[in-house]
Design a protein around this ligand. Sequence first.
Ligand SMILES: [Zn+2]
Length: 484
Amino acid sequence: MSQADFKNEDVPPKADDLSAWYTAVTLRAELVSYSPVRGCVVLRPYGFGLWENLQKELDARIKATGHENAYFPLLIPEHLLMKEAEHVEGFAPEVAWVTHGGQEKLTERLAIRPTSEVIIGVMYAQWIQSHRDLPVLINQWANVLRWEKATRPFLRTMEFLWQEGHTAHATAQEAHEETIRMLGVYEDFARNVAALPVYSGLKSASERFPGALETYSIEALMPDGKALQTGTSHDLGQNFAKAYDITFTDSDQQIKHVHTTSWGMSWRMLGAVIMMHGDDRGLRLPPRLAPFEAVFVPIIKGEDRAAVRRSHELASELKAAGFRVRVDDRDYSPGWKYSEWEVRGVPVRIEVGPKDLEKDSVMLVRRDKSKGEDGQKTPVPISSLSSRLREELDDVQRALFDRALTFLSTHTIATENQQRFFELCKTRAGMIDIPWCDRTQCEQEVKAQTGATTRNVRELGRAGAVCVACGEPARVQAYFAQSY
Ligand SMILES: [Zn+2]
């Protein structure tokens, strides 16, 4: 097997089997490795680079909306976890417990956090005394653990990375506004950083976070017609405040419970990015998330290493101008490197050959375009490299979003025909948009027959409509789809 043959061979065509393609790509692109720990993956440096860019972009948005970062313990004493009944019931099947410290059996078991409402609620009860202490706006970047059976990199793993925001407010209105604000932050991140169009809306009762009054989500549609929830924002009302006794003295001297929210986005978002944008050649990363926006591939002729030296000079200039670039000067053939960086989805490749250098130019090659497509390869004078690279990267970002938006639009299907509705849900035709009765029993029947559930709901488009699934009066407009 030659080096060139080796590179793409373990990435099967995306359209044939999305699941096999997805797993192959995450491994081949060196985002993750499976680990000896069941259900847990290793985030390799390239995958961590992707995560760091998500973190950087989202963290800036979280801080711009007035939040601060803090860090809370990984372990939660059992008696504390048991206080909010719905929360306990919802998470009990997924909690892992620490029972021993060294050789000694603990007198009280410690839960490994599946989420941090509890430990943070306990601390807020200590910190908050007066209306002057409110609002409390804190975010935590952390790992959490949920005892899952199946494992797929990014989409479902036992241990995963995320951020979880937890806020406390004096009034229900403020808590509601916060919930909606953070849903908006997630939607903005999805569209403008991850290049993913999403539907944002309210979750149905059965899909709600355990212990929440209301859960909102952003939902992306994957190429196999299944939806992927990539961010949630919960209005917890006073449920956790009452369970953990988080009270304050209001300006009218009355002692009141606070209203809390929580909201999270995990590395699942990266799973959506991989699945939505990738193609048969591997990943196609949006420039704003890509660990490297461009990679230099110097073309070495015999002993002449001028192209390597020049690539490093140009890379230094681009780095100084704020670009994330890398020079691949390893001892592999240019063809091998082209294919390597294609699999890894680097948005732009910069080829630097002796002939290009004679003309004081380099070749820009865009990853998002097919081979031979107009604009895929462009010779660029070195004097305008920085400005041209910026333009091309912006255009790649836009093109990926536009492609995903076209997919979402053409796979969002409104119907008022019951039989067609069930058929569309069963065949995973996309986001099926119907007037819906908002009844759990109706949703369960649709799920039993088709595997689809509501993804989220919004205001009814037309008064007087009936539920397409069951014929009862409709109360909301809902997207139904099978989901990850
Ligand atoms: Zn119904």
